[in-house]
Ligand binder design. Sequence first.
Ligand SMILES: Nc1nc2c(ncn2[C@@H]2O[C@H](COP(=O)(O)OP(=O)(O)OP(=O)(O)O)[C@@H](O)[C@H]2O)c(=O)[nH]1
Length: 620
Amino acid sequence: MGPVRATLQLEDYHPEAIRNFSIIAHIDHGKSTLADRLLELTGTVHTALKGDNQQFLDKLKVERERGITVKAQTASMFHVHKGSNYLLNLIDTPGHVDFSWEVSRSMAACQGALLLVDSTQGVQAQSLSVFHAAHERGLKIIPVMNKIDLPASQPDRVAAQIESTFGISPSEILLISAKTGQGVHDVLEAIVERIPAPIGEQNERLKAFLFDSSYDKYRGVISLVSIQDGVLRRGDKIVSCHTKRRYEVTEVGLMHPEEVSTGQLYPGQVGYIACNMKQSSEAHIGDTLHRFGESVEPMAGFKPTKAMVYAGIYPVDSNDFVKLEESIKRLTLTDRSVTMARESSTALGQGCRLGFLGSLHMDVFRQRLEDEYDANIIITAPTVPYKVIYRDGGEVLISNPTNFPDVTDPASKVKEIQEPVVNATIIVPDDYLGEMMDLCFKRRAEELDHKYLDAADGSAARTMLTCILPLSEIVTDFFDNLKSRSSGFASFDYEDAGYRASQLSKMTFLLNGKGVDALALVVHRSQEQAIGREWVKKLHKIIPRQIFEVPIQAAVGKRIIARETLSAYRADVTAGLYGGHHERKLKHLNNQKESKKRMKRVGKVDLPQEAFFDLLSSRK
Ligand SMILES: Nc1nc2c(ncn2[C@@H]2O[C@H](COP(=O)(O)OP(=O)(O)OP(=O)(O)O)[C@@H](O)[C@H]2O)c(=O)[nH]1
């Protein structure tokens, strides 16, 4: 491999000697392991430096705990092929549906992709979605079958699946074990031989494509760029096509895999820059940077991210709000796809409403908040953005059920409610097809269809099920159900399919006749009864008894759907009091309670924060 530092003469690496690629795969098919192996084989990192199971390209703690990649990481390597030097830029992509946006922006900086398929598992739902994303961008795809060291590996069968699903000839498929390193050298050869070189002109005006950014406490925003044309040097004055703001490049270099300053980047190369950008919001993904005083035609950017799952986040102790808000703000600096707005609730006090790309994204964010900022929080049930269309043609997006209009009111000006839907794909062994269809129907699936993936050779064939599902039906416990009802064998993926009209209304819960705003839900007509009944039962279990009888009701508009009655507190501490009405009794009762501070009073009913916590966490 030769000494790596000595090869950092970047001007020697013309576009013909550069390959930009990413690894795309279903979760757990071995992307990070292969990336590590490539870094080792090219001498970019040394095995001796590496602790057990610690991967180089997975950085966040939550990523390691969950074994998933959330944030894309990029690394450059040097490789000698048939006597010539090559610079290979690996642009790592995250492997989960919620982050398909990150996948697409990472791919925009590549000319090729390694499509990794686990030879024990075969083609899975995300293998399909990442393949399509790469294919649509015209990337050269190199099929790689991994884990051939395992006894359960079925290379012939999986090769046949790859051929039938992607139309890729088995002769193109590389067989490897990312774990033992077997066959990985051939991957490097294939990258050089099969992936086209980037196109770029050193003498043209500078054009740098910004495809990712991160935030550093000391240096501000660090952006990852791929150089289209021209040379980017430290000290350059650059301008963003998008914001027209001016910056001075203070650092520029390669990710190798940590930052290595090189002072310049040439056409076709991929690296990082720091340029006194103070706020993450200034780094627009998909932006084109050019030199000050030279105008250029911007490159096609990306569609901005859309938050699809919203939830309210409240501190368990309301005194912690300021601290919580500060923590959330700091965390959003590193993850700009999270949107944030203040909100307040009579039941839960002051909090924030956050928008996420999906429910895993929400879980990851929540876990980071708890781990990194030691925050004790209550998170409300996730909701999707509903579209309310008024008779006068006006349209409003509603991301908090509390604001959902009462469509049962005859005076309502609402013409139609629409909800976001997705095209869902499930791949599952045949035996579980019935279970999966049942699950989909229960979640209001439409246009359900299926086809067999394997050649009809009998044993344990697999089926691909497709349907349209409301997004709201998959943001809570869909994935858990899918996994448990298929004994873990089903894989699932989805893509945005726009909005569809739906019979939705707001369900509210009343304690002693008063609504509890934090508990409002948007439900489909077909599920009103079941959800109403289930919820009043839960509330009945959780709410502590009061000195008086408390009716617990679920209502849609003025209609009461379900009711339970919480009987009065038996050990009557107010027995000695004469007459008096409820307020007095309650006051007396409260005076006796030590934990008064932690109580929220709703409609004169004491509702401890813990009750909310139990309730909202049991919603998942
Ligand atoms: N036996 C065997 N195990 C492998 C091989 N490649 C990866 N693994 C194991 O498979 C698991 C998943 O590998 P990762 O590299 O973390 O998978 P990934 O695709 O990066 O996962 P995401 O980051 O979630 O997309 C790990 O336990 C690896 O040790 C292989 O070739 N053989």
